[in-house]
Design a protein around this ligand. Structure first.
Ligand code: ATP
Length: 440
């Protein structure tokens, strides 16, 4: 991330280029909800694919799952979310009457009596506010029909732990991985997609023999940190922060956050928790179903301990955008550029005919139709070439191919690199395989 990035610039670029924009905008918007446009969808998809590749495809101790969002309401009693998943909320008693999370205010005002950060007024006593959205199953809202939109994907994994163990022929240590939407009735201002009412999580529950929990906790801290670096994020802008004892959730014996230095300061990107056997024990008690693992060799019975790396897709997207954002000057002109790693860039290559005549468009179209079978490509024939490059720079396209009069004669094209602006002549026949190598 260069020094020039601000949240305002990221929000503006995301809207201008169709990555992410306010939801329900024609009705004035709904706070803390966002829609992903074309390039945002492609970027998200690439990040999810990288997550699946590194955590599932390249391991032999992980199984995939896609559990339902709605679950039996008793799940949330067992998990502790009905009683404990709440934030302490205070309201301004002065002029502005706004609500704030007491724990967030305390971070900014470590000493003395808390005051309203907007108008300086006194604050109410804190009230616990449950973050789960409720809805009802069936045609009428009546007692017993209440269900909750899941506030995390994790519980679906615990519910399917036994079934997965039986069909997958795995044994601890092994994990279950899931990507899906979660919902939280957040009341603090969102900071764009950092905190939203609905968001996608990429979560794993890794089940281990109790004696191995610490070792696997450390394994996942390192593996997950390395994953972000592999996406091209600056290592200097990432850090691990271990939770103090008073910060730990009700279930956790150790938790560390991977934090990124966003324009709003160091903030959580992913949480990695050693949950012990809390969840399986709770579900075993509440459901009456035995969830112990019996080792076939030693006949030892135990409830596995669980290491949970829980990442947010929206926060990863925001970190990638902030990290990639840059401004420089090209030929006396200001340029905005997203220096995204080619493997996450929404479009890998732009195909640009120099002129709209002399056979350029026909040849360009042919090259484009060939390339798009192998990677996401975009054809653009509209406007001045410099303007077309600028547009691709802003959406982070790492390569641009230009077709000119020489291309028609000798079947070569110019390949332009987004970051170095280097331009090389390359044979059309070699183009696709050359690009594939660079993208990897
Ligand atoms: P915070 O303290 O910021 O509210 P959390 O500790 O409650 O986050 P977890 O329950 O650990 O978050 O959830 C795992 C991950 O899910 C987070 O690291 C984050 O990336 C993502 N996440 C959680 N809540 C939200 C949200 N409201 N909007 C976007 N992403 C979220």
């Amino acid at each position: 991330m260069s020094d020039v990035v601000t949240m305002e610039k990221i929000v503006a670029l995301c809207k201008r280029r169709g990555f992410i924009f306010q939801s329900s905008e024609i009705y004035g918007g709904l706070a803390s909800t966002y829609d992903y446009g074309h390039y945002g969808v492609l970027l998200k998809q690439n990040v999810k694919n990288e997550w699946w590749r590194s955590n599932l495809q390249e391991r032999d101790d992980m199984v995939a799952l896609d559990a339902a969002i709605l679950m039996h309401p008793r799940v949330w009693e067992a998990s502790g979310h009905l009683a404990g998943f709440s934030d302490p909320l205070v309201q301004c008693l002065g002029e502005c009457k706004q609500r704030f999370r007491e724990d967030h205010l305390r971070e900014a005002q470590p000493e003395g009596e808390l005051k309203c950060p907007v108008c300086g007024g006194d604050l109410s006593e804190p009230r616990q506010f449950n973050l789960m959205f409720q809805t009802h199953v069936g045609p009428v809202a009546e007692s017993g029909s209440t269900v909750y939109l899941r506030p995390e994907t994790a519980q679906g994994i615990f519910l399917d732990y036994k079934t997965t163990l039986q069909y997958s022929r795995k044994r601890p240590p092994f994990g279950i991985a899931q990507v899906g939407k979660s919902f939280r009735n957040e009341i603090t201002p969102g900071n764009f997609v950092f905190r939203t009412l609905e968001f996608e999580q990429m979560e794993m529950e890794f089940f281990v023999p109790p004696a191995e929990a610490q070792q696997w906790y450390e394994h996942w801290l390192q593996a997950r940190l390395d994953w972000y670096v592999g996406l091209g994020i600056d290592r200097e802008k990432l850090r691990l922060r271990a939770h103090d004892a008073d910060e730990l959730s009700h279930y956790s014996s150790a938790t560390s956050d991977i934090e990124y230095l966003y324009p709003i300061g160091w903030s959580e990107l992913e949480g990695i928790a050693n949950r012990g056997d809390f969840d399986l024990r709770q579900h075993q008690e509440h459901s009456g179903e035995k969830l112990e693992y019996v080792d076939p060799q030693t006949k030892e019975r135990y409830l596995p301990h669980v290491i949970e790396p829980a990442a947010g897709l929206g926060r990863t997207i925001l970190a990638l955008l902030c990290d990639a954002y840059d401004e420089d000057e090209q030929g006396g002109e200001q340029r905005t550029v997203l220096r995204l790693h080619p493997k996450v860039a929404p479009i890998k290559v732009a195909v640009l005919p120099l002129l709209r005549k002399d056979g350029h468009p026909e040849l360009a179209r042919e090259i484009y139709e060939d390339l798009r079978k192998r990677m996401s490509a975009e054809y653009d024939s509209g406007g001045h070439i410099g303007k077309r490059y600028r547009r691709q720079d802003e959406i982070g396209t790492p390569f641009a191919v230009t077709i000119d009069h020489q291309s028609v004669e000798d079947h070569t094209v110019t390949l332009r690199q987004r970051d170095s602006l280097q331009q090389d002549r390359i044979a059309i026949a070699d183009l696709a395989s050359h690009l594939e190598e660079q993208i990897r």
